[in-house]
Design a protein around this ligand. Structure first.
Ligand code: NAD
Length: 398
């Protein structure tokens, strides 16, 4: 896809309608997840500073979800937001205002070409643009954090290999901001898993239900008729971001939707499904059942449960292991740093990314985890389009 200014001007009418461009000041309908700001149990200990360095960050993308400003980069003591960009000048100016960025650019590409200060970038643009902008960012020497998904659809499968290769060749930090990873229950599951409290997971369930007869707006309409499992990460994370493992094969089913966007000829993806249910083999030889659904009125939320050889976690741990010494509470965030929405995950994802850069450690959802979480969904949709044919899923390792 070409993101040049010329294309922006050409597409601007559709864009203004689709992405809330004047947007920046116009009240938008409430979008599920952003008001879920309860971080869960947080340790009462004081936050311990870990560096006196400030990472200079550029932020790209302030669309209908205003995503670029939601993750508290502007509040983190080890960050200085120095640059902001969005193709829409009004959104760009507002992003700069709310994050305190002194410089603005007409596009992310222009920021890469001209800015000499940024060391890291947060890609909060539309889903189809993430992979390309992340790869270009790392080639330009920047650490990158990306909104989900890591790559978009069957057409971008080659970019998955390129993304992995670019992280390997540059040695830079790549982090996927998968919000489920820092939901309180997913955080607790991960700590218990690491301590051996589950043994291997026999079975995992994850769901992302978001009923919307019409999708929320999106840049160039990427959400219209979206194949459900092209957006699998909030459910899949309940396996991949708990265990660090992957899915090796899938059979997935869908049922033609009643919603208008999913009727023949009504979407660019030739996709008839608004709900897809995937049964996956895991890298531990266990099973997982992952749901992505948009056409079930009354169902909502990003949820998951795990069932292991030594114990399980539905609302809490129950099992045979002594987990009394496992800290299930999240650590405190820096003073003034909000936990943010989606289960109080936003601030934690930013903190995890900045620590990965400054302390040279692995982010929770690194590139291998990001691709194992995302590409499995693309194969799930391919399986659903073949009425559940079992497909092998490529594996990604850093
Ligand atoms: N829980 C979650 O993790 C969660 C929730 C909501 C949205 N998201 C993700 O956040 C991202 C943003 O969502 P949205 O609804 O705001 O998207 P959107 O489609 O409304 O907006 C995308 C914005 O990116 C800008 N953009 C595109 N290409 C650009 C470029 N080259 N340079 C500068 N700006 C560019 C566009 O102008 C637009 O304003 C999406 O990828 C979505 O998948 C994740």
């Amino acid at each position: 896809m070409d993101f040049s200014r010329r294309v922006f001007m050409g597409a601007s009418a559709a864009f203004l309608a689709a992405s809330g461009a004047k947007g920046a000041e116009t009240p938008q309908p409430k979008i599920a997840g952003f008001d879920e700001t309860n971080a869960g149990k947080v340790k009462t200990a004081a936050w311990t500073p870990f560096s006196d360095r400030k990472v200079k960050v550029g932020i790209a993308g302030y669309g209908v979800c205003k995503f670029g400003a939601h993750f508290g980069f502007q509040n983190h003591p080890n960050v200085e937001v120095v640059a902001a960009t969005d193709l829409n000048p009004t959104a760009c100016a507002e992003l700069a205002k709310v994050t305190g960025a002194k410089k603005t650019y007409a596009s992310c590409e222009e920021m890469y070409a001209k800015d000499r200060e940024i060391e890291a970038v947060f890609i909060a643009t539309d889903a189809p643009s993430h992979a390309k902008l992340c790869i270009e960012g790392m080639k330009r020497g920047l650490h990158v954090a990306s909104a989900v998904p890591a790559v978009f659809g069957e057409e971008q499968l080659a970019l998955a290999d390129e993304l992995l290769a670019t992280v390997k060749s540059t040695g830079l930090v790549y982090a996927l901001f998968e919000t489920s990873a820092f939901r309180p229950e997913c955080y607790a599951m991960r700590e218990i898993y690491k301590a051996g409290g589950f043994g291997k997971l026999i079975y995992t369930e994850g769901e992302y239900y978001h009923y919307s007869a019409k999708p929320i707006a999106s840049y160039n309409g990427w959400r219209v008729g979206l194949p459900p499992q092209y957006y699998p990460t909030h459910a899949n994370a309940f396996y991949t971001c708990v265990t660090g493992g992957s899915f090796t094969s899938v059979t997935c089913l869908g049922m033609p939707s009643l919603l208008s966007d999913f009727q023949p000829g009504k979407n660019r993806y030739n996709n008839p499904f608004a709900t897809e249910i995937a049964l996956l083999r895991t890298s531990e030889d266990g099973m997982a059942r992952m749901v992505k659904s948009r056409d079930v009125p009354g169902a909502s939320g990003e949820k998951g449960r795990v069932y292991g050889q030594k114990g399980s976690f539905e609302a809490r741990y129950s099992g045979q292991a002594d987990i009394s010494k496992v800290a299930q509470e999240k650590p405190p965030l820096p003073p003034g740093m909000p936990a943010g929405g989606h289960g109080g995950s936003h601030g934690y994802l930013t903190d995890d990314f900045i620590r990965a850069i400054l302390l040279k450690q692995k982010p929770v959802c690194d590139v291998a985890c990001a691709l194992n979480t995302t590409v499995s969904g693309i194969y799930s949709h391919m399986s659903a389009m073949k009425d559940g044919e079992t497909l092998k899923i490529p594996q990604f390792q850093l």
